[in-house]
Ligand binder design. Structure first.
Ligand code: SAH
Length: 272
């Protein structure tokens, strides 16, 4: 279901209102990402996995094989999932479940999304026109850092990632989780992600891990022309949350609606 570009968007945008005029286009140069990605791969190899011992890489590989059997196609996304130690982002008591396809509690009523949903959303981002052309996500904004797992994956596929969390204890925990991985191109920000993060805008890729009834206008404004946004969104009139993809073109925004999902609510302001 695509909206033709050219309708003026009303803010805040709801699922039935996406589409419209864009301000003047901006040009951005994308630098090659391979050296950075190599550096991350090396760093991940150096960081000893904890909790599951040395065979955690095998367990992860099996998780990726299962995701591929379910439809994951993108090689770089699969490689990132095979590298990032998901067990290091959850409580030690839950580590044995870390490579099952299930969401897990991370405290304060929040959850780490299940791997198949994380894989699906990042794959949707990677299929955007600019990401395909650049073989990477470029400058990425994540709303909802949570434990930091998805941020670590995004960093392997992006030139730069900025991830925002509104709950201070989770922001702090994500910092702790990320530190041993030494991810140089990931910045964690404590703040209200509904406002996006204007200082670093525009973003080639925007991904939200929490869903509301409308897409905050700041996200659409801060999406680069040629960029793509993937977010859960409440469907009007039903209680379903679905994945939406928004592409920004010079002439306006185009959106498509995908499968039903279950994300924690997007909340405004700071908490905890
Ligand atoms: N990507 C995370 C998933 C965390 S769950 C992971 O890999 O663990 C979603 C997170 O979004 C929660 O931590 C919640 O606190 C956060 N959140 C909800 N509304 C937000 C907002 N307005 N700004 C920033 N974070 C928000």
């Amino acid at each position: 279901m695509n909206d033709p570009a050219g309708k003026a968007p009303r803010f805040p945008l709801r699922l039935d209102q996406v589409g419209g005029q864009a301000p003047a286009p901006r040009k951005e140069l994308l630098r090659p990402q391979a050296p950075l990605q190599q550096a991350h791969a090396d760093a991940a190899r150096r960081a000893a996995p904890s909790g599951l011992g040395l065979d955690s890489a095998d367990v992860r590989r099996r998780m990726v094989q299962r995701l591929q059997a379910q439809g994951l196609q993108h090689e770089a996304v699969a490689a990132a999932l095979a590298e990032v130690p998901r067990h290091a982002f959850v409580d030690a008591a839950l580590a044995t479940q870390a490579y099952e396809d299930t969401s897990l509690p991370i405290g304060l009523g929040q959850t780490i999304s299940k791997p198949s949903v994380v894989a699906r959303m990042i794959e949707l981002l990677m299929r955007g026109a600019r990401a395909r052309a650049a073989s990477g996500l470029g400058r990425t904004l994540e709303i909802g850092t949570g434990c930091g797992y998805q941020a670590a994956l995004l960093a392997r596929l992006s030139r730069q990632v900025l991830s925002i969390e509104r709950l201070k204890p989770l922001h702090d925990k994500a910092r702790e989780n990320i530190a041993p991985l030494r991810i140089a191109n990931l910045r964690l920000v404590y703040g209200d992600g509904m406002r996006g993060h204007p200082p670093n805008a525009p973003y080639d890729s925007i991904i939200a891990a929490a869903g509301g009834e409308a897409l905050p206008p700041a996200w659409l404004e801060q999406l680069a022309v040629g960029g793509r946004l993937v977010a859960p969104l409440q469907e009007p009139r039903t209680n379903r949350q679905v994945l939406v993809v928004v592409d920004r073109h010079e002439a306006g925004y185009e959106h498509s609606v995908h499968e039903a999902v279950k994300f924690v609510p997007l909340k405004s302001g700071l908490g905890g």
